[in-house]
Every structure is written in structure tokens, then in C-alpha cells.
Design a protein around this ligand. Structure first.
Ligand SMILES: [Zn+2]
Length: 338
């Protein structure tokens, strides 16, 4: 399996001191994980996103404000999101990684792509930076694809709800957004009854899970909900907002996944779209060893090299199973589940 590794040196320069969990070392860890995965790596430099593509989702005022804020030295965009002078270059190239990957995949140069980007994207709104994110890298790629008439499934297994991505496609019938996330938790949304509206009705699926949930629930959620809904939707492309902060070692959250769970989830997506139609985006993940090993497991899963006996860590409690049943019932109003 050939995987485009989409990166740029500027991603290492978006940096506000090692006290901040969203730090450059995360990218080295993710890259190391890709290098130990059973895949062939094809390098691709992330270009700056075209302004017209960036402004398909972000307002011109917001883009100009971010550029000016960085040029003036940067600072705090909100209580946990920073920018420095170098962040502008990093942000516009992180946003440009996905569309460039799409072009190369369409040309037949690889079987999948991994956008090794910083800052991450899934909390970013049309006109607001949030949760370490400036521009919404995965969402911009989805819009780039729908503008070409493609149907896009976005699977978001970052432990946090991707409020930005959900909001940008809340009424869009060509983008199916499915998020599994700790709940209640930052950033506050992602309730199971948020299904979208208009043409987007039923095209937002939230699978909230309580703290201490382990991989058994994630695997069952994929079997019962994610995969049946995805098959009925019939995507042309899959984008994965691949945070690794649901790993049990992660310091920012309380979900209990292990590497084998990422391998399982990635492997289960194989076959939903043809080869060359999957783009994975690094989102969160703050324990470096967990990021490295989980990235390796993710791409082993996509490559079909998985150990079917690799277990989750422990078992989820009855409350987690009840919440999955509630999701299944709610989603069943829109789609056939199981
Ligand atoms: Zn996260």
C-alpha cells in the first residue's frame, strides 16, 4: 500500500513553548508511526491553499484577520488556541495539504494520504479559531471534493467532538459527518440528537460515549452504526479526522482506546470507497508514544495487516452500552442500523 505523507517544515514552527500540549513533537511522533507502518511512503509537500478554496468555508474577514494577527506577532486567539508569526504559513499549508493530496490521489499516485499537519482543524469555525485549530483542514478538503461533485464521508474519531466540521456541513446533503467522542466534554456539543437539517438531515451522526469507555464500544459502534450508515450513504471519498487523544495514555481525555482499536476502525473502513480515495488528517493526540503507535496501527489497519485477536483494553460498563443503544435508536429514525 502506497501512502502519501503530506507535510511541510513550517508545521514544526507553529510553536508556543513546550508547556502547550499541541506541540511540534507530536508531528515527529506521527511521522515515526507512519514509518513503522507496513506501507510504502510517497512524500508530498503541502502547498499553500488557494485563497478561493480557503474562502469556500472561511470568511474573507477571518482569513485577513488571522494573517494580520500572525504578522503582528501573534498571541492568544482564545483561551487555549495560540498563533505565532510562523503560524500563518503553517495554517495555510495545513489547509492546503488535503486538496493537494486529493489531486495526487486522483492522478493515481497512491492508495491513501496522511496529512501530517499542524495546527489541527476540526474545531475551527467559518470565522473563529478554537481548540488549537485555525482553519478546518479536513472540512476544506471535503468542500473541495463536493465542489467536484463528490460525496464525502468524514469519520472523526478524535476524542473531542468536531464542532467546526459539524457546523460547516450541518445542512449539506453531500457530506456525511460521523463523530465518536467523549461526552459530556470539550467543546460541549455533539449531542446524539444533533442530526443536521434541510438536505443535511440525518447526515450528521454523533456517537457520544462516557469517560472510561473502552474499545469494545467503539468497535460495536462501527459494526452497528458507522458502517451500515456509511454503506447506505455511498461515499465517493472518506476523510478521517484522526485524533489520537482517545488513547488510554492521553493526558487530556478519559477514553480508553489502545492501538488495536485504531487498527480495527481503520480496517473496517476498507472497501467503502475504492483505493486512492481516503485522506487521513492528524487532529489531536498528546501522548507521543500513543500517537506513534496508534498511527502505525491505523495504517496497518488500512493496509489490511491486522491481528484479529488483538483485544481492546478491559470492558466498558453498562452505562456506555446503554448510551450506544440510545444512539442506535436515534440513528434508526434516519437510517437502517445493524
Ligand atoms: Zn481532540
Amino acid at each position: 500500500m502506497r501512502v502519501l505523507a503530506v507535510g511541510h517544515p513550517s508545521f514544526m514552527l507553529h510553536h508556543q513553548g513546550n508547556w502547550h500540549p499541541e506541540r511540534p513533537d507530536r508531528l515527529n511522533a506521527a511521522r515515526a508511526g507512519l514509518e513503522i507502518a507496513p506501507v510504502e511512503i510517497v512524500e508530498l509537500e503541502a502547498p499553500r491553499i488557494a485563497s478561493a478554496v480557503l474562502q469556500r468555508l472561511h470568511t474573507a474577514e477571518y482569513v485577513t484577520a488571522i494573517e494580520g494577527f500572525c504578522a503582528a506577532g501573534g498571541g492568544a486567539l482564545d483561551s487555549d488556541t495560540y498563533a505565532v508569526v510562523e503560524s500563518w504559513e503553517a495554517a495555510i499549508r495545513s489547509a492546503g495539504a488535503g486538496p493537494a493530496a486529493v489531486d495526487r490521489l486522483v492522478a493515481g499516485d497512491a492508495d491513501a494520504a496522511f496529512c501530517l499537519v499542524r495546527p489541527p482543524g476540526h474545531h475551527a469555525l467559518a470565522n473563529r479559531a478554537m481548540g488549537f485549530c485555525i482553519f478546518n483542514n479536513a472540512a476544506l478538503t471535503a468542500r473541495y471534493l463536493t465542489d467536484m461533485g463528490q460525496k464525502v464521508l468524514i469519520v472523526d474519531w478524535d476524542v473531542h467532538h468536531g464542532n467546526g466540521t459539524q457546523d460547516l456541513f450541518i445542512s449539506d446533503g453531500n457530506v456525511l459527518y460521523i463523530s465518536v467522542h467523549q461526552f459530556p466534554f470539550y467543546p460541549g456539543g455533539g449531542w446524539l440528537d444533533e442530526f443536521g437539517y434541510g438536505p443535511g438531515s440525518g447526515k450528521t451522526i454523533n456517537i457520544p460515549v462516557p469517560a472510561r469507555t473502552t474499545g469494545d464500544i467503539y468497535r460495536e459502534a462501527f459494526r452497528r452504526v458507522v458502517l451500515p450508515v456509511a454503506r447506505q450513504f455511498g461515499p465517493d471519498w472518506i476523510l478521517v479526522s484522526s485524533g489520537y487523544d482517545a488513547h488510554r495514555a492521553d493526558p487530556l481525555a478519559e477514553v480508553m482506546l489502545v492501538e488495536a482499536d485504531y487498527a480495527y476502525m481503520a480496517n473496517s473502513l476498507v472497501g467503502l470507497v475504492p483505493a486512492g480515495r481516503t485522506v487521513v488528517f492528524l487532529e489531536g493526540g498528546y501522548d507521543l508514544d500513543a500517537v506513534r503507535d496508534s498511527v502505525a496501527a491505523t495504517f496497518a489497519g488500512f493496509a489490511g495487516v491486522i491481528d484479529p485477536n488483538a483485544r481492546s483494553h478491559g470492558e466498558s460498563d453498562a452505562g456506555a452500552w446503554r448510551s450506544l443503544e440510545m444512539v442506535e435508536r436515534a440513528v434508526g429514525e434516519f437510517w437502517e442500523v445493524r
